[in-house]
Design a protein around this ligand. Structure first.
Ligand code: ADP
Ligand code: ADP
Ligand code: ZN
Length: 215
């Protein structure tokens, strides 16, 4: 199964993708994570992407589609993919169709996380992750069970993203509204979109996604 998690910054795409990975052994393909790794490694792609990401704008379609193609090539044949933060533009949606087709895969479902934008700033500004395993947390909504220790790997180091500040979040939301939300009708026309309420408790959102994937 190959699915897209679609929603604005802070909607819960990464959180829910991590849960699907644990439950179903699918692979999370997050272009944001790939780009941050490239920035950290100082690759040519990273050098090009850094300023764009810091500003909350979109990295070029060519760069992200190339990253996605490479990651898909590394997947086992039977392993499902969760596209998290990709596609974000109509051009990327078109590329994804071609990328999947070229690898004998089909897009099975698009989960749209329906959220209230006003609540997202609080989610984004409180977000942090484990520096070793990447598990996501929140200052208010999901703290580690033992303060300062990662639930998943026992790590003690956590990090915050430089673009998770209020000003940049506003730009990222405007980008989502202008360029990403308009791709939904493409998938609606194929009858593969499931709208899920992303404002509930994390467990309830997970249950709604599971129901959408089962149905
Ligand atoms: P995205 O990948 O869509 O940008 P994340 O999954 O990283 O969003 O979630 C953003 C922040 O909000 C994280 O700190 C996460 O712990 C928290 N979060 C995710 N889902 C919920 C939810 N249903 N209720 C409250 N907080 C949530
Ligand atoms: P969030 O989870 O908050 O939605 P991401 O981690 O997906 O954020 O993306 C962080 C930044 O990386 C974006 O603001 C953008 O600059 C860049 N980026 C990630 N994915 C894409 C993409 N598919 N197309 C263009 N830019 C992207
Ligand atoms: Zn960890």
């Amino acid at each position: 199964m190959n699915i897209i998690l679609l929603g604005p910054p802070g909607a819960g795409k990464g959180t829910q993708a991590q849960r699907l990975v644990e439950r179903h052994g699918m692979k999370q393909l997050s272009t944001g994570d790939m780009l941050r790794a490239a920035v950290k490694a100082g690759t040519p792609v990273g050098l090009q992407a850094k300023a764009v990401m810091d500003a909350g704008e979109l990295v070029s379609d060519e760069i992200v589609s190339a990253l996605i193609g490479d990651e898909l090539d590394a997947l086992g044949e039977g392993q499902g993919a969760i596209f998290d933060g990709y596609p974000r533009t109509a051009a990327q949606a078109e590329s994804l169709d071609a990328i999947l087709k070229g690898r004998g895969r089909t897009l099975d479902r698009v989960i749209e996380l329906d959220v209230d934008e006003d609540a997202l700033v609080a989610r984004i500004t409180g977000r942090f992750t484990c520096a070793s395993c990447g598990k996501g947390y929140h200052d208010t909504f999901e703290q580690p069970k033992v303060a300062g220790t990662c639930d998943k790997c026992g790590g003690h180091e956590f990090k915050r993203r430089p673009d998770d500040n209020e000003a940049t979040v506003r730009t990222r939301m405007a980008e989502y509204r202008a360029k990403t939300a308009p791709i939904l009708p493409i998938y609606d026309a194929r009858g593969i979109v499931s709208r899920v309420d992303g404002m509930g408790e994390m467990d309830d959102v997970t249950a709604a996604i599971e129901a959408a994937l089962a149905g």
